[in-house]
Design a protein around this ligand. Structure first.
Ligand code: XUL
Ligand code: CO
Length: 441
């Protein structure tokens, strides 16, 4: 196959002093941080949809980028095959080891699902062939159950049992393909699993049905030997006014309520967390505390816009805090960092695709380096420990922690304490100064 990204080199690490726009300044794949090479901490993945399919179309105008990759026309199997070639050349040149896709990112969807599935098999075969020679891995795949008009009221949450069957068919195929390609995961992003008005919606009924679909997915996946993790990717809104998997806390509660937490973890997306009114760090921390931290969709939003802009990560405070949480959670096992990010509409060239990933990968490499430095510095950890010290240094504190204290006993202690001491300064500004010192030296 002829080279697609002609004139664009294999991107190398050249160090922070380099001014080469097509080189990494911080991402040095083999560099060991906390006992592991950077590439194994970060496990970068390329999202088929934004990188190979999205041309920059928005509500106000058509795409600006050409992503034919040598094919004659969009919506053809020739184009589907060209995207596979482009994917592997791109991953090779950027040094990316993983990829993710929706079923219909791979192929044009046909009117008949049997024909769509045949097309998926043909492209999966092509991908499998490329994997043999190039060794890239499927981080996760998913089914697009939000674009086709049949999903106007959701998939698992649809009012129509017929639509539910189509969702089941797509999920089944997605798991089959993940198994076929040695995938490490399968994602449910509840695109339209939500509602516009309670006047026509039975929330309890819809949530039970979503859980039923997820249970069937686990049962089917395990029955065919799929050993990957299942994920829910929380998002509060967009396209629906209100989506059921609002944020990490809501999704974790849902998993526990329906007995799904053994097989499911969360795929936390930065821009979804901020849409929910949280920081990215918050949702990562909640996932870890709930025992369901799994994978990450890396991107960033724009606080001035307030929708899901899916920008490539640039803000090093955010990537540092994200990597801080990921390191503290023990790092990725089956998950990784999928760039669910798209180049801006005016960044329409192949070169921009490369530079977008260089920005994102460098921002996360820097985040990893700085998060490791914050942990090594130790002052933040030490302060958090000290802040809760009274639960270790007093007998009543220890009893509260080990569950043996009673309300009457503690009330008696309070009466004996006289005026309570203030709980100690939170020292936020001091801690923020430490972060700046570690970040900027
Ligand atoms: C949409 C989004 C999706 C999921 C996969 O906001 O993040 O691309 O990651 O369906
Ligand atoms: Co996403």
């Amino acid at each position: 196959m002829a080279e697609i990204f002609t004139g664009l080199p294999k991107v190398e690490y050249k160090g922070s002093g380099s001014k080469d726009p097509l080189a990494f300044k911080y991402y040095d794949a083999g560099k060991v941080v906390f006992g592991k090479p950077m590439k194994d901490h970060l496990k970068f993945a390329m999202a088929w949809w934004h990188n190979l399919c999205a041309t920059g179309t928005d509500m106000f105008g058509p795409g600006t980028a050409t992503k034919l990759f040598g094919a004659e026309a969009y919506g053809t199997m020739e184009h589907a095959h060209a995207k596979v070639e482009a994917a592997f050349e791109f991953m090779d040149k950027l040094g990316i080891e993983y990829f993710c896709f929706h079923d219909v990112d791979l192929v044009p969807e046909a009117a008949d699902i049997k024909e769509t599935n045949k097309r998926i098999d043909e492209i999966a075969e092509h991908i499998a062939e490329k994997q043999k020679t190039d060794g890239k891995k499927l981080l996760w795949d998913t089914a697009n159950m939000f674009s086709n008009p049949r999903y106007m009221n959701g998939a698992g949450s649809s009012n129509s049992a017929e639509v539910f069957c189509f969702a089941a068919a797509q999920v089944k195929k997605g798991i089959d393909v993940s198994k076929r390609l040695g995938g490490d995961g399968y994602v449910f992003w509840g695109g339209r699993e939500g509602y516009e008005t309670l006047l026509n919606t039975d929330i309890g009924f819809e949530q039970e049905n979503i859980a039923a679909l997820m249970k069937m997915a686990v049962e089917y996946g395990r029955s065919i030997g799929f050993a990957g993790d299942f994920y829910i990717e929380p998002k509060p809104k967009e396209p629906m006014k209100h989506q059921y998997d609002f944020d990490a806390a809501t999704a974790a509660g849902f998993l526990k309520k329906f007995g799904l937490a053994k097989d499911f973890k969360l795929n936390i997306e930065a821009n979804h967390a901020t849409l929910a009114g949280h920081t990215f760090q918050h949702d990562l921390r909640i996932a870890a505390v709930e025992g369901v931290f799994g994978s990450v969709d890396a991107n960033q939003g724009d606080l001035l816009l307030g929708w899901d802009t899916d920008e490539f990560p640039f803000n090093v405070y955010d990537t540092t805090f994200a990597m801080y949480e990921i390191l503290k959670a023990g790092g990725f096992t089956k998950g990784g960092l999928n760039f669910d990010s798209k180049s801006r509409r005016p960044s329409y060239t192949y070169e921009d695709m490369f530079k977008s990933f260089i920005l994102g990968m460098d921002a996360f490499a820097l985040g990893l380096i700085k998060a490791a430095a914050l942990i090594e510095d130790g002052r933040i950890d030490a302060f958090v420990k000290e802040r809760y010290a009274s639960y270790e240094t007093t007998e009543y504190g220890r009893k509260i922690r080990n569950g043996t204290a009673t309300l009457e006993e503690l009330a008696g202690i309070a009466e004996g304490l006289g005026a309570p001491a203030l709980p100690g300064s939170g020292r936020q500004e001091e801690l923020e100064s430490i972060v700046n010192q570690v970040l900027f030296g």
